[in-house]
Design a protein around this ligand. Structure first.
Ligand SMILES: Cc1ncc(COP(=O)(O)O)c(C=O)c1O
Length: 463
């Protein structure tokens, strides 16, 4: 019996299965190994006869134990937020209501909440309330939105509507940034037809020279508010000065760094962001809403419908802005429910407190690293990322790189804490990022203990 209509009596029972599992899962999340392993039994070929919702969910839940505990407090890899109780509940509700946040006709609720969410987020980040914005799947697509608006502006400076006519007859788009540029901005440039190879990378204080070399031609400049190795910021105010002086479009990637604006002690790092033309951040990082969620903000709110508008006889022509006409997607999940709920539940003060706790945890981690003879802090801790390596005596630089790479794999396989490695200052290094609302001092201390324990074992094995 396969037709869902014939199995509709299972609806509540299926949800109850998930609810019961949630109780077990969340109850154990704080102490679970990040990589529990465990077998999955999900089959290899498409079943001809279905087994119904309850049985299917029971099977799925039996394999869900294998899920990475990436929403738990010890997942320091990448920049990975958890999900607050309010956001998780709202996300479940989002699936229940299954709204298409494409337009006011398809979802007045989703559209209104997105209006409110964008307004609240602008306020949270202390950005001008006159700006527009849109929710996206993440920072990559938010970069795509901001840079798409920039591309439109750039072509208009050449007298061309690029969204209407394409690039034919236009020169290459000059894009300037610093070594902090994130791979996702390059990806966005690729998707926009600008090409990742078009970016001129220079240190921030050398960008003036690059702009002057353009002889007044319009350009796009990408400022980076929070890079992934050590949480560093480009000096955004001087970049804004340059953009104003040379008439460039300044786009700022603040995927997680924009949250520096929530804490008085780090606000200054992002000073000048409010002078950019487009600014982006992620929701599934420091806001702690579930995957997937990001935001793009633009100074000129009319830029979004001009870039991402669409029209057809059967589609609504609404006075109020339809978000499906301001974003890369047309049909869209109502991400605003989770954003709204978490901001409603914890408010500006709750988020400030969480960010300040994370800043303090990063400082604590930095101090512990400095206090341990076998660890080396590689960069001052300015935000929420701590860049360090294991450095026992008797290893030269190439050997230290090999040791830290192998140790990185050991740490991931061990799974008590989860932290990735990078290359920083030409050295293999750990770069734990703290953005999960559940993370406490115990979790951060465990990270150091695990690295030291496994490091000693690995160093002994190599010796
Ligand atoms: C600075 C920065 N920009 C953009 C991104 C891409 O974000 P997403 O994976 O949400 O698309 C990241 C992800 O870590 C990031 O750190």
């Amino acid at each position: 019996m396969a037709d869902p209509l014939k199995r509709r009596d299972e609806e509540m029972a299926a949800l109850e299965e998930v609810f019961r599992y949630a109780e077990r899962y969340l109850g154990a999340l704080a102490e679970s190994p990040v990589l529990p392993g465990g077998a999955t039994h999900l089959g290899t070929s498409l079943p001809e006869g279905g087994n119904g919702a309850v049985a299917a969910l029971t099977e799925l839940i039996a394999s869900a134990g294998a899920a990475t505990r990436s929403s738990g407090p010890r997942f320091f890899h990448f920049v990975t937020g958890g999900t607050t109780p309010a956001a998780l509940g709202a996300d479940w509700l989002t699936s229940l209501l299954d709204q298409n946040s494409f337009s006011w006709v398809s979802s007045p609720l989703g559209s209104e909440l997105e209006d409110v969410a964008i307004r609240w987020l602008l306020e949270l980040f202390d950005l001008p309330e006159s700006w527009g914005g849109v929710l996206t799947t993440g920072a990559t697509m938010a970069n795509f939105v901001g840079l798409g608006a920039g591309r439109r502006w750039w072509a208009q400076e050449h007298g061309v509507d690029v969204d209407e006519q394409g690039f034919a007859g236009l020169p290459a788009v000059p894009v300037l940034s610093t070594p902090y540029i994130h791979a996702s901005a390059l990806k966005a440039l690729t998707m926009l037809g600008i090409g990742r190879g078009s970016v001129q990378i220079a240190e921030a204080d050398e960008l003036a020279r690059n702009l002057e070399a353009l002889g007044g031609a319009p350009a796009i400049m990408i400022g980076n508010a929070g890079e992934v190795n050590a949480g560093y910021f480009d000096p955004i105010s001087p970049l804004a000065d340059l953009a104003e002086e040379h008439g460039a479009w300044l786009h700022v990637d603040g995927a997680f760094g924009l949250f520096a604006r929530l804490a008085p002690e780090t606000f200054e790092l992002s000073a000048g962001v409010e002078r950019a033309r487009s600014v982006i951040a992620d929701g599934h990082k420091w806001l702690n809403v579930p995957y997937d969620c990001g935001f793009a903000f633009v100074r000129d709110r009319s830029a979004l419908p001009k870039t991402f508008g669409l029209a057809a006889a059967y589609l609504p022509d609404d006075e109020r802005p339809n978000y499906g006409y301001s974003s890369p997607e047309a049909s869209r999940r109502a991400r605003a429910l989770a954003v709204w709920a978490t901001l409603r539940a914890y408010g500006r003060a709750g988020y400030r407190e969480m960010v300040e706790r994370h800043l303090a945890l990063a400082q604590r981690l930095g101090r512990r690293v400095e206090a341990e003879a076998q660890l080396e802090l590689l960069a001052p801790v300015g935000l929420n990322i701590v860049c360090f390596r294991f450095r026992p005596p008797g290893f030269d630089e190439p050997a230290l790189d090999l040791l830290n790479s192998a140790l990185g794999e050991d740490v991931l396989a061990d799974g008590r804490v989860f932290v990735g490695t990078t290359r920083y200052d030409n050295k293999v290094a750990f770069r734990p990022a703290i953005v999960n609302w559940r993370t406490t001092e115990r979790d951060v201390d465990l990270l150091v203990d695990v690295v030291l324990e496994l490091g000693a074992r690995r160093a002994a094995a190599v010796d």
